[in-house]
Design a protein around this ligand. Structure first.
Ligand SMILES: NC(=O)c1ccc[n+]([C@@H]2O[C@H](COP(=O)([O-])OP(=O)(O)OC[C@H]3O[C@@H](n4cnc5c(N)ncnc54)[C@H](OP(=O)(O)O)[C@@H]3O)[C@@H](O)[C@H]2O)c1
Length: 347
């Protein structure tokens, strides 16, 4: 029986401004067959794709990045979870569940075995949550908060995009370490969710009025750690509220990803980095998977999640054909939790 195969392809590169659905093509393509496998290759059926803000950089066509740009006419690719349908690799057998950072956005595709990792069947974690609670964004939270900023009990942290894939984990890891946690989120529902995770103060940055006053009221003594997911005005406000020897996890700046030279936000309070002796940690999580901190993260978070000490909100969009919109939603705050695409729709 022939299987249908849909491919999500990029139409054009988008150096600046907001991408739209027209920039993606949802195309029927041939399904690769077992007989076309070369040695050490695996035919994969996709179960979940991870939608991540770093895709925005890969849409831009830039060559000056830590990750390659998508090529117009080619499928998008990113982190995913799938099932091995056929294999010529001694490392993988039919039926294995695997993950990779180079999942093509197609129902079926062929991958070299070098890019794949087995997911044992006894982890007690759902397939989607291997992209969520144990996935790349959660690890990003751990690296920034624990490994780089070295969060200490009694300190005050401000977390932006606090309900998102990274933010919700930062909030919970910080609470379990005894910090006072202030969260910022973009809707009242998200604010309630972040409060339910244990944050001490949470505000809706879109409706709170003056951001500087809001942060000063929430942290009258200032901020020890700012976990920055958004850049822009909130970063500027955080800079003006940093305490001596404060740390900033420069994790992401999503508010600027679609900016043009005309709309880009210009930071005014960088001088506080000098006068308050602040350390800013810019980092990319892929540099840390091979380091001991990855095992620390897996051990702590999987144990806490199974015990119910940590929760994790996945935001599933069903259907590969909806993947472009699922991605675009991230840049308008329309996701609520870690956005994944449940591929589905396969005959
Ligand atoms: N350094 C690394 O290795 C690494 C790894 C993973 C992620 N990141 C970065 O971490 C950040 C969060 O990623 P995530 O996967 O956790 O995404 P996410 O928070 O699950 O989703 C993105 C969220 O960003 C907020 N947002 C979107 N546009 C915004 C704007 N113009 N201004 C302010 N907030 C806006 C929205 O939340 P609200 O509704 O609350 O505004 C949206 O829901 C991103 O900047 C991402 O690039 C970095």
């Amino acid at each position: 029986m022939a299987f249908s195969n849909i491919s999500i392809k990029l139409v054009r590169t988008i150096p600046a401004g907001s991408p739209t659905l027209k920039d993606f093509k949802v195309e029927a393509v041939d399904t690769p067959s077992e007989s076309s496998l070369k040695p050490n290759e695996v035919l994969i059926r996709s179960l979940y794709f991870s939608c991540d803000p770093y895709f925005r950089g890969r849409l831009s066509g830039t060559k000056d990045s830590y990750v390659t740009s998508f090529i117009p006419g080619n499928p998008l690719e990113g982190r995913g979870i799938g099932i091995v349908e056929a294999s010529t690799s001694p490392k993988f057998s039919k039926g294995d569940m695997i993950t990779s950072a180079a999942f093509k956005w197609e129902n079926y595709f062929i991958s070299s075995d070098a890019q794949l990792t087995n997911i044992p069947s006894n982890t007690g974690i759902s397939p989607g949550n291997h992209l969520g609670v144990l996935g790349m964004p959660s690890f990003t939270a751990y690296v920034g908060l624990v490994h780089l900023c070295k969060a200490q009990a009694g300190e005050t942290i401000l977390v932006s995009a606090a309900s998102g894939a990274v933010g919700q984990m930062v909030v919970q890891l910080a609470k379990t370490r005894g910090l006072r946690v202030i969260g910022a989120a973009g809707s009242d529902d998200k604010v309630e969710f972040v409060k339910s995770l244990g944050a001490d103060v949470v505000f809706n940055y879109k409706t709170c009025g003056n951001l500087g006053d809001t942060v000063k009221k929430a942290a009258p003594q200032g901020i020890d750690i700012y976990f920055d997911n958004v850049g822009g005005e909130l970063l500027d406000v955080a800079l003006s509220s940093m305490r001596f020897f404060g740390r900033i996890a420069a994790c992401g700046m999503i508010s600027q990803y679609n900016a043009t030279p005309e709309t880009a936000y210009h930071i005014k309070n960088l001088g506080n980095v000098v006068t308050k002796k602040v350390t800013i940690y810019g980092y990319i999580v892929s540099d840390y998977f091979a380091k001991p901190v990855y095992k620390d993260f897996i051990d702590e978070v999987s144990a806490r999640f199974k015990k119910g000490d940590i929760q994790y909100k996945l935001d599933e969009v069903v259907g590969i054909e909806n993947a472009p919109q699922a991605l675009l939603d991230l840049f308008e705050g329309k996701n609520f939790g870690k956005r994944v695409v449940k591929v589905g729709g396969v005959i």
